[in-house]
Write a protein that binds this ligand. Structure first.
Ligand SMILES: Cc1ncc(COP(=O)(O)O)c(C=O)c1O
Length: 403
């Protein structure tokens, strides 16, 4: 019997991507300290990481990791529900719940797994396969893991126009009587803008939908004590019962958590397959993350303020040289270039000047909206930011209607 050849199909897709100039390539970092990376024997200043507070190489985290690894070993050895749940995990969960003002938090190994797991639990528990009529209403620009989470859960995915709370309301109104989750990024990962959380919370309240906020890029950066975009918007846990945060971005570690009412979190623990069937994060990493939470929360070194000052300096400098930055007040400051080849060329020119800014192209962003996703970190210095602006001015001559 002949069948279509899966390997040939993959090969053809890869070739098509290559011919469209959209092939993705790995670059290997040999060493990193703060914002500096050594790549291919050259030092580059990284302006595209998510280490917004510069905590990834903080001595407190490194000490906590080493001390805990010396005591508890490296791997957790098992899934949480088997024998992998360590007191460092439990303590971290308590501290994350306290920080975000929720009853309970549950650790996941990655943000993607958290989003897939939450949707599995909410949409699949108690629903016979193929009988799922629940709705998942999402911002068009949500992160891939939210979109995939909805699709894999078998819920009906409806995507509304970006940051348009009225469009979200219409989508819900048109499907009255069906269970619904409204999921949004708190800070949009490729655009850097903040979701209209107050308006979305209102819509959810009026329309009887459950609000779920993925605060991967808000936690540690926005709101009082860095508690995230919901805190900044003044949306209470009663109005946004479930939130997700990642530990590999502003916290400089790895992993993620979901936080909410204790009984809801226990429900997620029961039914999220990406929680149940995977090895727990290393306990030493949980210990390092506890150190990161303390630093992010209390901010004794004024890192959040430094980051804010860097964002203001970069935007002012970009305006002065006419760079068309997108309207963002967060650490994510994308420069829209449109054409993928142009984005690659500008990234290469920056690289030649010692700046690492990876071009973001389709399918990560819609075709024709390739960009440089420039990110700022408290680990940067003013001199480095001014240097990047100088390199951008040379690589990317001013276009009308800039920043
Ligand atoms: C909004 C958003 N959610 C989820 C994730 C996934 O998080 P993780 O890298 O921990 O899998 C990311 C980042 O990559 C993200 O930007």
């Amino acid at each position: 019997m002949t069948r279509p050849d899966l390997l040939a199909r993959l090969h053809a897709s890869r070739l098509a991507r290559d011919q469209a100039g959209l092939l993705r390539r790995l670059r290997t970092v040999d060493e990193r300290t703060g914002a500096i990376r050594r790549v291919d024997g050259r030092q580059l200043i990284d302006f595209c990481s998510n280490d917004y507070l510069g905590l990834a190489s903080h001595p407190d985290l490194i000490d906590a990791l080493g001390t805990a690894a010396a005591r508890d070993g490296v791997g957790s050895g098992a899934a949480h529900l088997v024998s992998g749940h360590h007191r460092e995990h439990a303590a971290l969960e308590e501290e994350l719940a306290d920080w975000t003002g929720r009853e309970r938090a549950l650790l996941f190994s990655t943000g993607i797994m958290a989003n897939l797991g939450v949707m599995q639990a909410l949409f699949n528990a108690g629903t016979p396969p193929g009988r799922n009529t629940a709705l998942c209403v999402q911002d068009r620009l949500n992160h891939a893991s939210l979109i995939d989470g909805a699709q894999l859960s078998g819920s009906r995915l409806l995507r509304y126009a970006h940051a348009d709370a009225d469009a979200a309301r219409q989508a819900l109104r048109a499907n009255e009587g069906q269970a619904a989750l409204l999921a949004t990024d708190g800070v949009f990962s490729m655009d850097g803008d903040v979701a209209p959380l107050t308006a979305l919370a209102r819509v959810c309240k009026d329309e009887g939908a459950l609000l779920y906020v993925d605060d991967a890029h808000g936690l540690g950066v926005l709101g009082v004590a860095g508690a995230g975009s919901l805190t900044e918007a003044g949306v209470s846990p009663a109005d946004a019962p479930l939130m997700m945060g990642t530990l590999g971005k502003a916290l400089g570690c790895a992993g993620a958590f979901v936080a909410g009412p204790a009984d809801v979190i226990d429900g997620i623990l029961q039914f999220a397959r990406t929680y149940v069937y995977t090895t727990a994060l290393p306990p030493a990493l949980a210990a390092a993350t506890r150190a990161a939470v303390r630093l992010a929360r209390l901010d004794p070194e004024g890192r959040r303020e430094r980051l804010c000052a860097h964002v203001a300096r970069f935007r002012q400098g970009a305006k002065a040289i006419g760079l068309p930055l997108m309207p963002s007040r967060t650490a994510i400051q994308p420069l829209m270039l449109g054409d993928a080849d142009r984005a690659m060329a500008v990234a290469a020119a920056l690289d030649a000047q010692g700046y690492l800014v990876t071009a973001i192209r389709a399918p990560t962003v819609p075709p024709g909206s390739a960009r440089l996703r420039i990110t700022l970190s408290a680990a940067h210095t003013n001199v480095q930011i001014d240097g990047l602006l100088g390199a951008l001015a040379a690589a990317c001559p001013a276009s009308p209607g800039g920043a």
